[in-house]
Design a protein around this ligand. Structure first.
Ligand code: MN
Length: 290
C-alpha cells in the first residue's frame, strides 16, 4: 500500500511583471527526483514589447521551458536566440555557468501560459559546460483516450530526445474526460501539477495552484477528470545529493553560491554575455553574508 497523496499549495509570486505560481520548492518538498523548481506562468496577457526577464545567471541546473499558449524569445550567453511556441521545448544546461534572458518576441501579444522548471544537475555534470537545446517536436504517446507529450525521459515505451543527466521524466498530459492510468516506476517519486481543469488523483481533487506529491512505491497513478484537463507529471529517482538553492543558483555549499554571486556581479567570463535590450539583473549579498 503506498503513502497517501500529499497536496501542497503553490506560492503566488511575480516574475517580470507576470503572475507565477511556484509549486516547487515548497515546505515539505525541496525536490521531486532531480526536479527542484516549478513555476507555472500565467495565463496572463503580454504586450508586444513587454519587458519580461533580463539577463541573469544560472549554475548547476537545467531550465526546462514549455508553453501552452503564447511565445517567448530565449537568448543566452552561448549565442542562442530561439523563439519558443506551444508544443516545443527549450532545455538549457547551466553547468559551471550560463546567462540568459526571456523576452517578448516583438510580434506576439496575447495570453502567455506555460511552465518553467529546473532540474538539479548531478555532480558528474554540474561543473561542466553550458549547453542549449531546442526541440521543435516531441514524441507523443496514447494513454487510453488521453495524450501524453514526452518532454524528458520515457513513458509507456516512448522516449524524449532531450538531454537527461539523471533518471527523471516530464510528461505533458492532455486528459480526456474519464480515467487515465499511467504506469510509474515504483522506485521513483512523482508529482502532478494541473495547468487547466480539475483532476482527481487517488480520490484527491486537484486544481491549478496545487502540487500533488506521489511517493515511491507506486506502479501506477489514475487521473480522473469530468471534462478535459491539462497537467504535468514529473518524477524520477530520489535525488541522492543534498541541494542548496539560492537566487538562480543550485549548488551544494554556501561558498559555491557566494562565489557565483560575486562572479556575476563582477561580470566574470564564466557567465558570458547575453545580447539583450533588457538590463542585467543584479542581486545583493546572500543572507549568510549580511
Ligand atoms: Mn533563468
Amino acid at each position: 500500500m503506498s503513502e497517501p497523496v500529499e497536496v501542497t499549495e503553490s506560492r503566488d509570486t511575480d516574475v517580470g511583471g507576470f503572475r507565477v505560481r511556484r509549486a516547487l520548492p515548497n515546505r515539505p518538498r525541496r525536490t521531486v527526483g532531480a526536479w527542484c523548481f516549478v513555476d507555472h506562468m500565467g495565463p496572463a496577457d503580454v504586450r508586444v514589447d513587454q519587458d519580461l526577464i533580463g539577463p541573469h545567471p544560472h549554475i548547476g541546473l537545467q531550465t526546462v521551458t514549455w508553453l501552452l499558449a503564447g511565445e517567448l524569445l530565449h537568448r543566452d550567453s552561448l549565442g542562442s536566440e530561439q523563439v519558443i511556441r506551444p508544443g516545443q521545448l527549450n532545455l538549457m544546461t547551466a553547468g559551471h555557468g550560463v546567462a540568459h534572458a526571456e523576452e517578448a518576441t516583438g510580434r506576439f501579444h496575447g495570453s502567455l501560459h506555460g511552465v518553467q522548471l529546473w532540474v538539479a544537475q548531478p555532480s558528474s555534470t554540474r561543473d561542466g559546460d553550458a549547453a542549449f537545446e531546442h526541440h521543435a517536436e516531441l514524441p507523443q504517446v496514447e494513454l487510453g483516450s488521453s495524450t501524453g507529450t514526452v518532454l524528458v525521459g520515457s513513458v509507456a515505451g516512448t522516449s524524449s530526445p532531450a538531454r537527461r543527466d539523471t533518471d527523471h521524466l516530464g510528461i505533458d498530459l492532455d486528459l480526456a474526460p474519464g480515467t487515465t492510468a499511467i504506469e510509474l516506476e515504483p522506485s521513483h517519486e512523482h508529482a502532478l501539477v494541473v495547468f487547466e481543469g480539475d483532476v482527481t488523483v487517488d480520490g484527491r481533487p486537484l486544481a491549478p495552484g496545487h502540487l500533488a506529491y506521489l511517493g515511491p512505491g507506486r506502479d501506477e497513478c489514475a487521473l480522473t477528470t469530468s471534462a478535459t484537463a491539462r497537467a504535468l507529471l514529473i518524477g524520477g529517482a530520489p535525488f541522492a545529493e543534498q541541494v542548496l538553492m539560492w537566487w538562480n543558483f543550485v549548488a551544494r555549499t554556501r561558498d559555491e553560491i557566494s562565489a557565483a554571486r560575486d562572479d556575476w556581479m563582477a561580470g566574470h567570463e564564466r557567465f558570458g554575455v547575453v545580447t539583450s535590450k533588457l538590463d542585467r539583473i543584479d542581486v545583493g549579498e546572500p543572507p549568510w553574508r549580511t
